[in-house]
Design a protein around this ligand. Structure first.
Ligand code: SAH
Ligand code: SF4
Length: 398
């Protein structure tokens, strides 16, 4: 493995990048607990063990967050259970709709004032929730709004899963345009680097995929974890044996440019990242998605498409990787913009000529700054509650 020893002065050290961030912990929540721990928790409150299953059924299956509706639990215990075991963690401060209401983006305030976001996207045959794994991000990619503010802290498992539960609740109640539905896909592509918050993210993946009533029962095939290439953690994820899809944010096929666009590359270079990605594809049977933000005159030259194709093809021609090109959504004040249409088309053509499967990401939610931490950044800059635009009578958060 090509692990490099360090970067230029001023770049974060690998210890800083891999550390969990400042030690504030949100209140413990039902969604932080494994099923056996939930039984212990109800017993510790003096309740019989079977109450744990009832609580989980209300939370994960019925998606009922109002204790008044937990009618099979003793009336005098409901509020106490909610207060102790299911404290509110996510307060919605802004909800924006786009694409005729089929995209809904929510900015959340956490218990300590941190802001994160999640996005619900409805398509014809699937519904995807894009979630955050950290408040801020410590990697510092210069084109990314989240990266500009640095890392505030890792999210807890409950804060991560809660974003999906909220989306599931909107759908189950028919509050999202398109009528009642279910969450079929979850992508860790909101704020943060999921593999920098490895244990909480892995626990969240297990909870999202655990059958009801102990989890949300979403197929692991519907889950995508996006990483900039934390190679040891990619290998740990592969070793954990959960067949999630891995998305690798590559953005450049040469180390010289990638060192600039993705500062973590100074620690784990492209060969190391692609080798780990290839191993994940082989072990999980899931094709890896190579994410590539197209930035005008920075990384969009045809020769870079050829080099990218060669580096993927030299690792095997069994379609182990698919390239997803993302038009840059410029961050405020940035000198970078999205590629010209003709350069984007040439990039696609060059990859396709080498037999590499390639798509250009649809720009869902573009007018509400979808998919890259910009809404929360803006709410933070405004410093307070912005008017919440009602989205079909969307209920309060998880
Ligand atoms: N930290 C992880 C996951 C969150 S970012 C990662 O980087 O993979 C999710 C995706 O949004 C990444 O592919 C990232 O490169 C992309 N992204 C970030 N800023 C963007 C921007 N300004 N325009 C378009 N895509 C962006
Ligand atoms: Fe972090 Fe991903 Fe943004 Fe880079 S692109 S700063 S890794 S959230």
């Amino acid at each position: 493995m090509n692990q490099r020893t360090g970067g230029p002065a001023g770049a974060p050290t690998i210890e800083q990048i891999m550390s969990p961030g400042p030690g504030r912990r949100p209140p413990r929540h039902w969604m932080d607990l494994a099923p056996a721990e939930r039984v212990d928790a109800v017993r510790a409150m003096g309740l019989p063990a079977f109450r744990a299953r009832q609580i989980s059924t209300h939370w994960f299956t019925r998606l009922e967050d109002d204790p008044a509706g937990w009618t099979d639990l003793p009336a005098d215990a409901r509020e106490r259970i909610a207060g102790i075991l299911l404290p509110p963690l996510l307060e919605p401060v802004q909800e924006l709709a786009a694409d005729h209401g089929t995209t809904v983006k929510t900015a959340w305030r956490l218990y300590d004032g941190c802001l994160v976001e999640s996005v619900l996207m409805r398509y014809l045959h699937r519904t995807t929730v894009c979630i955050s794994s950290e408040a801020g991000c410590g990697i510092g990619c210069p084109f990314c709004a989240t990266g500009q503010g640095g890392l505030q802290r890792n999210l807890s498992t409950a804060e991560i899963v809660g974003q999906v539960v909220h989306g599931a609740r909107l759908l189950a109640r028919g509050s999202a345009p398109g009528g009642p539905g279910r969450v079929t896909n979850v992508v860790f592509m909101g704020m943060g680097e999921p593999l920098a918050n490895f244990s909480a993210v892995l626990a969240a993946v297990r909870e999202l995929t655990r059958p009801e009533p102990d989890g949300l029962g979403i197929s692991a095939r519907g889950l995508t974890v996006s990483t900039v290439g934390m190679v040891p953690r990619m290998r740990q994820l592969t070793g954990a044996g959960v067949p999630v899809t891995l998305a690798v944010s590559l953005h450049a096929p040469d180390d010289e440019l990638r060192d600039e666009l993705v500062p973590l590359n100074r620690h784990f270079d492209i060969d190391a990242v692609l080798d780990a990605a290839w191993d994940h594809a082989r072990t999980s049977g899931r094709r890896v998605s190579i994410e590539y933000v197209l930035i005008k005159d920075v990384n969009d030259q045809a020769w870079r498409a050829d080099l990218l194709a060669r580096r993927l093809a030299e690792r095997g021609d069994w379609n182990w990787a698919h390239v997803n090109l993302i038009p840059l959504n410029p961050t405020p004040g940035s000198r970078w913009t999205a590629s010209r249409r003709e350069d984007e088309e040439a990039f696609v053509r060059h990859l396709a000529r080498h037999g590499i499967p390639v798509t250009v990401r649809d720009t869902r939610g573009r007018e509400i700054d979808g998919a890259c931490g910009q809404l929360a950044a803006r709410v933070g800059a405004d410093g307070g509650d912005l008017a919440r635009r009602a989205v079909g009578g969307a209920p309060a958060g998880a």
